[in-house]
Design a protein around this ligand. Sequence first.
Ligand code: FBP
Length: 569
Amino acid sequence: MSTLAEQIVQTEAHRSIFETAVRQLPLPVCAAFGAPAQPQPVSFQNSGRALSTKDSDAVQKQFPLSVAASGNLVLTSSGPNSGASQGKRVAVLFSGGPAAGGHNVVCGLKRILGAGNTLFGVKAGPKGLLKGNLFEITDANIDFIINTGGFDFLGSDRTKIKSDEQFAQVRETCIKHNLDAIVVVGGDDSNTNAAVLAESLFTGVKADGSGVQVIGVPKTIDGDLQIGDLLSISFGFDTATRIYSEMVGNILQDTSSSLKYWHFVKLMGRSASHVALEVALQTKPAIALISEEIAAKKQSLASIIDHIAQVVVNRSHQGMNYGVLLAPEGLIEFIPEMNAMIAELNDALAHHAAAFAELTDNDAKAVFIGSKLSADNAALLESLPHYIVNMLLADRDSHGNLQVSLIPTEQLLIDMTKQRVKEIDPKVPFAAHSHFLGYEGRCGAPTLFDAAYTYNLGLTAGSLILDGRTGYMATVTGLTTGGMPQAIPLAGLLNIERRHGKDEFVIEKALVKMDSPAMQFFVSRRDAWAASDLFASPGPRQFWGPTTHQLPISVALNSGATSLMFNIG
Ligand code: FBP
């Protein structure tokens, strides 16, 4: 019998009592893969359903090989693949921000590729692919990472593979490791990267003239990679929103106990407000801002603040000098006047990059770039507090995105609300705390939904490779009716968008739709949540017991489900 000190030391390095137990959690698999203990690869056939976007003609010109091979048709599993290829060498990488369940994608891949094929992990994302930083994944690795959170087994980064030199480096890696396929686990930008890679590696990579297959897997906590019933949610969203909902539930419980604070909580989700909407549906706070609604109604910053201040005052008059406000991370880009200013700012930063880079002082940077903007936009930039301006001028990520997680919108809202409340009723007290919930939710152990979903996505991606497919995103549809492995042609998702001051092919982000059942439900209840305390505390996510099979509420509503439970297997 070991001492208590020895027992505690044994829990180091991912061996907590919880981590040890959760590795044993059984995962359901779609019936198409056969018995959960020994899933078998499936083959695929065209479903007859074609995808297209407004830019399909331009896509066809830029991605001729992918489009000719797939016809932009969705694939559906057509039964066991008895002739599945053997001897394939497959590399898997994580790209972009972490999301719970990534490790299970790797586990599903390894499982379906079996002993007859080799799976390599790419270290540190696309950059690792460029450098050829690969290692072979073993069964022991899989036993250790299964059902654990994070991307730490491989690491990730946000490198965009776009230059000729980078494509040449990828080819070199493929040749050096004699790869047959690459699996890119990522969000909208990373799956765009996968589409470009699939076309570039379609043929002529190896000595015999053959190419390298590329398959995408839909990941992002933001939930903005959705394709109707073909992809009702990306993985990681459920875990992140459940973690945030637990925290917001706890804060709500605190506000109604201490009776003196407002809490303004910014929630991660770079553009879309899916995370904020889901957390609102789970917790029912006094105010939840939805960026897409603000854009649709063309609400100005002043009118948003006026609305918030009015709720603060009304609640105060009812004896409630407290409450919780949820704000999406990307809010600032959806406020019409801010959006117009940021668009001009992005172009100006791209066109004057060299001169801008020479400036070191933040005030000088603001003055310089302000002089390149129209008078209205320059005035707006100047009116903002320095903590917002500095972040608006900070570096974009390699996909050209503003780093909204660094912008303290929650503080801006507090400062402006304080001012407005004073104007409406100086007797109303307003003490507020700001929070940003983001990184806390990305790497927790995956919920059973995310764990099962990602394992099945891995099984699907591996099956696509063994079926000789390239240029597809793996998906699992029918999440409340047993689950079905399917594949979405990546080229069929591409649109042209302006990034970095240039037109680029991208997968369009799926934003919250005003007429979606989830949004409609929220709209029907929010006034009641503002007027009195109807909040709910969803509690911590559970891995064993009655709440384990819950689906995100917004996903259940939007997919027309009749209960909040998922059903895979
Ligand atoms: P992905 O779209 O790559 O999954 O990343 C999403 C996200 O978590 C956003 O919600 C957030 O704005 C961003 O990553 C933060 O990025 P970083 O990890 O580089 O700080």
